[in-house]
Design a protein around this ligand. Structure first.
Ligand code: PBG
Length: 329
């Protein structure tokens, strides 16, 4: 790449003025780039703060329109639902996941009745909000069983589709679940329901605040290393994506976000499919705490979000999505 020589060429010429910097900007953000995670809780009249995530709340169903109206106003294309499940509703099989009156199902019915197709709704497929041990699947001798778990995830996905979910998002990292889910959706008349696979999900310490938000933090026994990916690996990430595309994934997610920009970039370059990044709870809390303490300025948020676009992400799941008007301003 020949771009010229100093002093004929001075790259700083184009950086001198704001209008010029805007003209040559290679990446930009708009609200259409964002997916907003929404935490649900039982009860009435609740907008509960979450101690480990400043500025993020759990909403009871009667308060849900607060956050959805906001998302619509900002023109966010989609929200992602995550339930806080009461302890009494959890057991080692995670059966609450298949209860058609669980929080997610009730929320889906309500949202689709009130908002129709004005906003997309995506749901996590995994058992961790519902199991008494906090793992994403069935556990036997400390091992998370694959095929037995997939059978349940297929049912969980179908139930979500029946309740009106637009985008089924398996975040469990079991092998073969995308194919199983696609087949069952098609067989049951949901051939247009999309699948966003968390194809590359690393076993990460950055999920801590999320586990607090959904109430699985203090009950989680051990870690998730026998199913989520090892963060020392990147070739393996490409194999995961290749498999999920073959099995029918419409879009794939890389998660967490900022420590894995290299993965986003190589997935995008290799497969040319929609790739989403998840700026996870730990990233959000780190940034927000540092800003709240005055150690870094607000601009750090925009900088972190642009990095996802630069690496090739089509969209970003972020707890900042409902504050995006102020961030882009
Ligand atoms: C559960 C799930 C997790 C997240 C999204 N879905 C946590 C986990 O795997 O333990 C994390 C999101 C975040 O940290 O913001 N399958």
């Amino acid at each position: 790449m020949i771009t010229g020589n100093f002093p004929n060429l001075r790259l700083r010429r184009s950086r001198k003025n704001d209008w010029s910097r805007r003209l040559i900007a290679e990446n930009n953000l708009s609200p259409s780039d964002f997916i907003l995670p929404v935490f649900l809780t039982n009860g009435k009249n609740k907008k509960q703060s979450i101690s480990s995530m400043p500025g993020v709340y759990r909403y009871s169903l009667d308060k849900l329109s607060l956050v959805i109206d906001k998302a619509l106003k900002l023109k966010l294309p989609m929200i992602a639902l995550f339930p806080y499940t009461n302890k009494i509703d959890k057991n080692k099989f995670g059966t609450e996941a298949l209860n058609e009156d669980n929080l997610v199902c009730k929320a889906l019915k309500l949202i689709k009745k009130k908002y129709r197709n004005e906003i997309g709704v995506m749901c996590d497929v995994a058992l961790d909000p519902y199991t008494s041990h906090g793992q994403d699947g069935l556990v036997k001798n400390k091992y998370v069983l694959n095929d037995e778990t997939v059978e349940i995830l297929i049912k969980q996905s179908l139930l979500q589709a029946q309740m009106g979910c637009d985008v089924i998002a398996p975040s469990d990292m079991m092998d073969g679940r995308i194919g199983g889910i696609r087949k069952s959706l098609d067989k049951n008349g949901y051939k247009m329901t999309q699948i966003l696979s968390y194809a590359v999900k690393y076993s990460s310490s950055f999920y801590g605040p999320f586990r607090d938000a959904v109430g699985s933090k203090n009950i989680l026994k051990g870690n998730k290393k026998n199913y989520q990916m090892d963060f020392r690996n990147s070739d393996e990430a490409l194999r995961e994506v290749a498999l999920d595309i073959k099995e029918g994934a419409d879009m794939v997610m890389v998660k967490p976000g900022m420590p894995y920009l290299d993965i986003i970039k190589s997935v995008k370059e290799k497969f040319k499919i929609p790739v989403f990044a998840y700026q996870v709870s730990g990233e959000y809390t780190l940034l927000s705490n540092a800003i709240n303490k005055g150690f870094i300025t607000n601009d750090a948020i925009l900088e972190s979000l642009i990095s996802f676009k630069r690496s090739g992400a089509n969209a970003i799941v972020s707890y900042y999505a409902d504050k995006i008007d102020k961030i882009l301003d």
